[in-house]
Design a protein around this ligand. Structure first.
Ligand code: NDP
Ligand code: MG
Ligand code: MG
Length: 335
């Protein structure tokens, strides 16, 4: 079994007393910054003027430009959207790195796909929480945590590994467990997970189930509750105790249906499609396609997003959720 690091295996916290610049104050940024501060670390925020700049100020942080924050920090954690990192890195971060500093990521994308090439005299590592930023913060305030991966890409000082563990401890992840990986493994498994299972797989499965019921003449509201709303309750059971815990809670009829129908839905063909998705990730086809799409102004991204927001499951869902005030999105979206 892989070695898992917990609070007691961190040792001396080498980042205590060092200045940590959190670049970006979005989903991950606000969570890392607040958890580190609560754990006694010295944090400065680097972000462009705007919404998150104001939010970070309101939350009581010292907020600077990215260049200023990078300049004064010993550790620079880049928590900008992946596709925007290379530009900000080149113009504002790289010119402000000193030998012995640490450059940190929460995803290996830009290092692994060679969009960022750091100087040789800085430590480069990643600490990647395995969960959305808002949960990194919420679980921390509840005394729990989101687990994380860490990996060292470049060890200029001989202490990169200790720094990575210290950082993971600082954001609270050692409460849940921290695993060592490589930039390659983190990048490829993270992209595969979100594409095949967590985001792409899950949304496609939910939509296909909803459409099947509606096309067969059932009420869209019933189909919404059945295929989308209830999924959360099932996922909570999976999270708490794996497949067996979920199957313990459902009826035997549902469990038998799970056994006979599941393999008819996710077939060898589906698995072959997953292997193709994985190959595209490993060969860089996905990454280079996404970089090109972003550089072209995201024509396909925006068109698909617009179409998805108008899908019947979204229209019905918005109406039904408005009647359930206890079901609240974290962020109010304009659609
Ligand atoms: P977000 O999109 O939530 O955060 C974006 C932040 O970057 C905002 O504060 C935004 O400011 C700022 N920003 C955007 N462009 C610029 C710019 N040109 N100059 C300065 N600041 C800018 O990012 P995430 O938290 O989702 O992702 C950050 C990293 O964490 C990525 O590497 C991602 O792969 C990784 N990660 C993300 C997870 C998640 O839960 N989302 C999970 C695990 C890893 P403004 O408000 O002005 O737009
Ligand atoms: Mg990801
Ligand atoms: Mg049922």
């Amino acid at each position: 079994m892989a070695k898992v690091y917990y609070q007691d295996s961190v040792g001396v916290n080498v980042l205590q007393g060092k200045k940590i610049a959190i670049v970006g104050y979005g989903s991950q940024g606000h969570a890392h910054a607040q958890n580190l501060r609560d754990n006694g670390f010295d944090v400065v925020i680097g972000v462009r003027p705007g919404k998150s700049f104001n939010q970070a100020k309101e939350d009581g942080f010292a907020v600077k430009t990215v260049a200023e924050a990078a300049q004064e920090a010993d550790v620079v954690m880049i928590l900008l959207p992946d596709e925007r990192q290379p530009e900000v890195y080149e113009t504002e971060i790289e010119p402000n790195l000193q030998p012995g500093n640490a450059l940190v990521f929460a995803h290996g994308f830009n290092i692994h796909f060679k969009q960022i090439t750091p100087p040789e005299d800085v430590d480069v590592f990643l600490v990647a929480p395995k969960g959305p930023g808002h949960l990194v913060r919420r679980t921390f305030t509840e005394g729990a945590a989101v687990p994380a991966l860490f990996a060292v890409y470049q060890d200029a000082t001989g202490t990169a590994r200790e720094k990575a563990l210290s950082y993971a401890d600082g954001i609270g992840s050692t409460r849940a467990g921290v695993l060592e990986t490589t930039f390659q493994e983190e990048t490829e498994t993270d992209l595969f997970g979100e594409q095949a299972v967590l985001c792409g797989g899950a949304t496609a499965l939910v939509k296909a189930g909803f459409e099947t019921l509606v096309e067969a003449g059932y009420q869209p509201e019933v189909a919404y509750f059945e295929c989308l709303h209830e999924l959360k309750l099932i996922v909570d059971l999976l999270y708490e105790g794996g497949l067996a815990n979920m199957r313990y809670s459902i009826s035997d009829t549902a469990q038998w249906g799970d056994f006979v129908a599941g393999p008819q839905i996710v077939t060898d063909e589906t698995k072959n499609a997953m292997k193709k998705v994985l190959t595209d990730i490993q060969e860089g086809t996905f990454a280079h396609g996404w970089i090109a799409e972003h550089k072209a102004g995201r024509p396909n991204f925006n068109a698909i997003n617009e179409k998805e927001n108008q899908h019947q499951i979204e229209v019905v869902g918005r109406e039904l959720r408005a009647m359930m005030p206890f079901v609240k999105p974290r962020v109010k979206l304009e659609v």
